[in-house]
Write a protein of this length. Sequence first.
Length: 277
Amino acid sequence: MKITYDISTLTPYINWPYFFFAWQVKEQTEKDRLREEALRLLGELEGRYHAYGLFELFEANADDDDIIICRGKGLEVRIPCLRQQQGNAPYLCLADFISPISPISKSLTPTPLPLTTKIGLFATTVDIGLETDFEGDDYQKMLVQLLADRLAEAAAERMHEQVRKEFWGYAKDEQLSIPDMLVEKFQGIRPAVGYPSLPDASLNFILDDLLDMKHIGIRLTESGAMKPHASVSGMMLAHPKARYFSIGKIGEDQLGDYARRRGLPIEVCRKFLAANL
């Protein structure tokens, strides 16, 4: 499903602390000034530019550290995930929050639960003009770019709310304020590709195969990075015990296993996961 969002719809969902962090602004008076300027600019951009969301719900099961997506008619797609290897147990993997295909799975939930037999996959982005139409003014270009980043994230926040309450409907009675949503008080998680629990950006190729991101104007580079830069992609997991975590450092043993499951040469995966080795 594709959804188009007006800027005014997403403005309440903007997570301003990340915006201020990007500017390295710490004083409250400067934050207030910058936010006022940003809101004024968002008003000027209203109607000229939009943000977009794309998502699909799939039947899913876990097979050890793989998430198996059912595409219908017996077709399956595997999303290989990584597991924590350092720190204190339990050593988590995103596949733990999906019902296992067999009792011998490493999943945290050996008995399948209705909420965990599905998975949502999503992508959000903005009109490319937000990244290309402001070349004549370096300050405004940077301001618009950072706002575009926030709008793509706000679109993911708003779409996730709609999925929880309407399209998937596993939290129909949810009554959260936007500030509560921004600190992730909702049920489930929304791990994004390239983020700590899903660090391999090349997984975007698998998501693109399932979602066809060009429907909202996203194209992928050779490494799996998304263009426009102000884009987000990832999973929506509904398990009530699901939580965010960081994969951290992994060993050569897991790298080799991951490369095997990805069907890629180990040196290619080494490049994709350089920050985790």
